[in-house]
Design a protein around this ligand. Sequence first.
Ligand SMILES: CC(C)(COP(=O)(O)OP(=O)(O)OC[C@H]1O[C@@H](n2cnc3c(N)ncnc32)[C@H](O)[C@@H]1OP(=O)(O)O)[C@@H](O)C(=O)NCCC(=O)NCCS
Length: 168
Amino acid sequence: MKTPYEIQYETFAVAGGLYDERHAKLYAEFANDLIIDGSYSIIYEGVAHACYTRITIDAAPNLKCYVVAPLAVLPEYQRQGYATRLMEKAEQELKPDVIFIMGEFHHYGKRYNTPHKIGLPVESLAPLENWFALALTEGALDNVGESTSSIAGPYAEPHIWMHPSEQV
Ligand SMILES: CC(C)(COP(=O)(O)OP(=O)(O)OC[C@H]1O[C@@H](n2cnc3c(N)ncnc32)[C@H](O)[C@@H]1OP(=O)(O)O)[C@@H](O)C(=O)NCCC(=O)NCCS
């Protein structure tokens, strides 16, 4: 059974595009740091891994919110619904009001499709078009409006919010 570190490393080392082995090491170590810090960690059927870390919407601090990262599905299992099923299982276990994820529209835009005006929890040049939300509790974000957000632990490190091209 592969560890979270191995799933993250092996996925990003061969992902190509923006990613190379330096990102693989960074995200694998990030996963380990989050796990040590107490983030929720899920391995799905031995081939997919993700961490879920608590994030607070400052204007609605009672909402139970998480941000997903890092997320990896081993190369030979991609495009077969593993990430989607991992997310469904994590959501059943965590019972969140809202989940956030930073990434590409073609990966996450379809599923994480709740309109929102919640800022990033750290200063970052990352465009807000890449900051997606999914309200699992219907209407959870309807009356929140614009808000800052807050996070603690390894995910509060600004480096991890940078564009992959600036992380290594
Ligand atoms: C991105 C990743 C996590 C998606 O996992 P997955 O198990 O392949 O995703 P799923 O099969 O559950 O697909 C979910 C949806 O994502 C989209 N999607 C996933 N991979 C895609 C790709 N390579 N190109 C375009 N759309 C993609 C599709 O819309 C898909 O829904 P559909 O099949 O109904 O059209 C996985 O491919 C991965 O680990 N990739 C390498 C690392 C990476 O690039 N991560 C992104 C940065 S966080």
